[in-house]
Write a protein that binds this ligand. Structure first.
Ligand SMILES: Cc1cc2nc3c(=O)[nH]c(=O)nc-3n(C[C@H](O)[C@H](O)[C@H](O)COP(=O)(O)O)c2cc1C
Ligand code: SF4
Length: 608
């Protein structure tokens, strides 16, 4: 039953003459599911169809190329610049329309390498405008309900809009001229009634760029020129503000949408909108639509679950940035830390025969395995010392609270299965055997690894610090290890102590997604944390640590009150089971990330 608390979310709305059944839209998220020639794959289609099944009102397909290969962005960007791609798109819209969602596509030009528009010739400008119109016409003929112009994030339209990148003295020097001419040309080719929306930079968040006043003027000029909906977004400014990492608060940039109200066209807010309550509040405050990007990557059924009164079963995006790492750091197909089904979009089917499955350990790997095993009809025995496993301590450092969402999700989800028995507390091998399992899955996680001899009263391991077993205030501390765990432990301790991080490798927080890493390093810098890389801990004594420079072999003595060991973990497998079949998954197999834990839990449970 739909919860009346969310009445605004389910109110229909018109964009031009196109009626949306609710206020939730899926904004463009580049998936890298297209092929390298810009054609759509089955994976691509399935991904969007799955979001349409989740009852989203409008899907705006990811950034698509209007001039390939010159204006191509990323190795696997879909193309919509010629009728060579028409059949792909026509099939696509047919598939998505089966689920009563409206469909748009983001038409985008990345701009030029010099990142300003001053030297672009008139002829080139006219040509690009024609390309926008041409792509819009292909989209319309292929069955799209509307198109969206990418006018934010520092891409070409944003570059024309912004005084930071547009210093032209000709007619294109008027900031909205380019965007408005695109709108006019699309109307000429597709008719006045074919809606065109815009993802608009209403603030560049950059000195010398679009500010609050100019953003408002631009938005109103854009609405007056016939754009049918505005997604209020960020322009040229830091990437961190538009692909915000985990610590950012929910709905923090809805103010950008509120700021341009009242206005004659619907306005959408975007960014970190994760909870139905936050979405509803934003709508209550007068914004017309909420754009749910990673929210719907993590859980395509977000809206279904609200409609059905099951909000506790929403698997919220935790902001782990694995999708961003895939798309932006690695240029490979996106993946999700909490939704292993992204890209597969498969139905979980019942197993051929129901088995007794014992799962030893209840961190993300074990919990995911338990859920999927239960969905498949197995009888699950979950042996559990602490529900959530290492997520409990991972959620402690500043800005990491969203990790608790995943624990809460599993608590709610697993409690609805009658075929899951949770054995809480200490357990041994005999307890597992007593459940008479046909299959055993070991998901016992990792234990901290300390490569030095510990000195009592001087050395402490990071997990005891994060668990609150030992507290420090006003101390001079060394944290040994600058992987993600070391940096986050340092960040936690730095609120009340003076911290030096010592790391053997040259790089700090290697392998962490770039925006998240920069955010964390910036925070450490602001808190005055000193980082010594290429330093090996040689000796620990009461009151001091001896470190050696790995390049020069020079030794230094660091005076400190304590040293916190955060040099990572080691797989922890307390017992094995001889000939009874078992799989080892997650950190118990090899210490990695949440995404590895959930995906291995998912895969192993699918195979039983
Ligand atoms: C992996 C990834 C790819 C994205 N690709 C696009 C894109 O193609 N075009 C675009 O305008 N925005 C893109 N975005 C930005 C999203 O549309 C959205 O504005 C942003 O993720 C913030 O909303 P959210 O917190 O709901 O995800 C992308 C974001 C992510 C995480
Ligand atoms: S990968 Fe992480 S950030 Fe991206 S949608 Fe999934 S949970 Fe959210």
């Amino acid at each position: 039953m739909q919860d009346t608390k969310f009445a605004n979310l389910f109110r229909p709305l018109k964009i031009g003459d196109v009626e949306l059944k609710n206020r939730a839209i899926f904004p463009p998220i580049s998936t890298n599911f297209a092929d390298e020639n810009g054609h759509l794959t089955e994976k691509f289609v399935n991904h969007y169809v799955r979001r349409a099944k989740g009852v989203v009102a409008l899907i705006i397909v990811e950034n698509s190329c209007i001039d390939c290969p010159e204006a191509k962005k990323g190795a696997f960007q879909p193309a919509i610049d010629s009728y060579d791609f028409f059949d792909d798109w026509e099939n696509f819209t047919r598939q998505v329309h089966k689920y009563d969602a409206k469909i748009s596509v983001e038409l985008a030009h990345p701009g030029f390498s010099e990142r300003n528009v001053d030297s672009v010739s008139d002829e080139k400008i006219e040509k690009i405008i024609e390309q926008y119109a041409n792509s819009a016409e292909i989209a319309k003929n292929a069955g799209f309900d509307m198109v969206e112009i990418q006018g934010a994030h520092g891409l070409l339209v944003n570059q024309f809009l912004s005084p930071f990148t547009n210093h032209r003295k000709d007619k294109w020097g008027k900031s909205t001229a380019f965007a408005i001419t695109i709108r006019e040309k699309i109307a000429e080719r597709c008719g006045e009634n074919f809606p065109v929306t815009i993802r608009l930079a209403v603030d560049d968040l950059k000195t010398g760029g679009i500010d609050e006043k100019l953003g408002r003027e631009i938005a109103h000029a854009i609405a007056d020129a016939g754009y049918d909906m505005i997604q209020a977004d960020i322009g040229l400014g830091p990437k961190e503000k538009r692909l915000e990492p985990m610590p950012y608060p929910e709905g923090w940039r809805a103010y950008l949408a509120q700021r341009i109200l009242p206005i004659d066209v619907p306005v959408a807010a975007v960014g970190m909108i994760r909870s139905p309550e936050i979405a509803e509040n934003i709508l209550e405050d007068g914004v017309d639509l909420v754009a749910l990007g990673r929210t719907l990557i993590a859980d395509p059924d977000w809206i279904n679950k609200i409609r059905d009164g099951k909000i506790e079963l929403i698997r919220k995006c935790i902001g782990c940035s694995e999708c961003i790492k895939a798309r932006h750091d690695e240029d490979v197909a996106i993946r999700c830390g909490v939704n292993p089904n992204v890209g597969n979009e498969e139905e979980i089917t019942p197993a051929k025969s129901s088995k007794i499955v014992a799962i030893v350990g209840c961190g993300p790997a074990g919990l995911e395995a338990a859920e999927i095993s239960a969905v498949r009809g197995h009888n699950v025995h979950l042996f559990c010392k602490q529900f959530g496993g290492q997520l409990n301590i991972a959620a402690v450092p500043p800005g990491k609270e969203k990790l608790r969402w995943l624990i809460e999700y599993f608590e709610n989800s697993l409690s609805r299965f009658e075929n899951i028995t949770i054995h809480n507390g200490e357990f041994g091998k005999d307890d597992v055997i007593a459940a008479k399992p046909d299959e055993i899955i070991i998901a016992t996680g990792a234990k901290p690894f300390a490569p030095f001899t510990l000195v009592e009263g001087m050395t402490f391991v990071y997990d005891s610090v994060l668990r609150g077993e030992i507290e420090f205030e006003g101390k001079n501390l060394v944290v040994a290890g600058a992987g993600l765990v070391g940096c986050e432990t340092a960040n936690f301790l730095a609120d009340k102590n003076k911290i030096t991080i010592v790391e053997m490798l040259p790089e700090i927080a290697p392998g962490v997604e770039t925006i998240t890493r920069n955010h964390l390093l910036n925070e450490l810098e602001q808190k005055g944390v000193k980082i010594l890389s290429k330093r090996k801990v040689i000796d620990i004594e009461m009151g001091k640590v001896i470190v050696e420079n790995t390049d020069t072999s020079e030794r230094d003595e660091i005076t400190c009150d304590a040293i916190i060991i955060a040099t990572g973990g080691k797989p922890y497998v307390p017992f094995t089971f001889g000939e009874i079949y078992h799989s080892i998954i997650g950190d118990a197999k090899s210490v990695r990330k949440i995404i590895d834990a959930t995906s291995e839990g998912y895969e192993v449970a699918k195979s039983i």
